[in-house]
Write a protein that binds this ligand. Structure first.
Ligand SMILES: *[C@@H]1O[C@H](CO)[C@@H](O)[C@H](O)[C@H]1NC(C)=O
Length: 117
């Protein structure tokens, strides 16, 4: 079943993989709000977060994104330095799990639209 679903996604859309922050990666030197501007993201597109210590990636809800603080709904991705995340449909929020680093601008909101058919 899972294989079939993956196959259907693969043939119905041309998913794009984005390297978040381009050359700099997921790093507060990049304004992530600016990086997302002008891009249209679709469900099924992949975000690749490449980062160094001490940074990390947390998948959070709007409250945590706005407050730069984790809550019960937050998932911190394994700190491998290179995480790929497939966007589900709808609102997606990412922050660095450290409030001070998040506050520097290492946070972003992405609205993933329904994929073109
Ligand atoms: C985010 O999750 C927290 C903890 O579960 C919850 O209290 C809060 O209402 C959620 N915010 C939104 C916008 O869903």
């Amino acid at each position: 079943m899972l294989v079939l679903m993956i196959y259907c996604v693969a043939i119905s859309t041309a998913a794009v993989t984005y390297k978040v922050g381009d050359e700099e990666g997921w790093d507060p030197v990049v304004s992530m709000e600016s990086w997302t501007k002008g891009k249209t993201f679709f469900a099924g597109d992949v975000l690749e977060f490449i980062y160094d210590d001490p940074y990390d990636v947390a998948v959070v809800n709007k409250t945590a994104h706005d407050d730069c603080s984790l809550n019960d709904a937050s998932i911190v991705l394994e700190r491998t330095g290179d995480n790929k995340y497939t966007l589900p449909f709808g609102a997606n929020y990412f922050i660095d799990s450290h409030p001070d680093i998040c506050a520097l601008g290492l946070k972003m909101a992405i609205d993933a639209k329904a994929p073109p058919t």
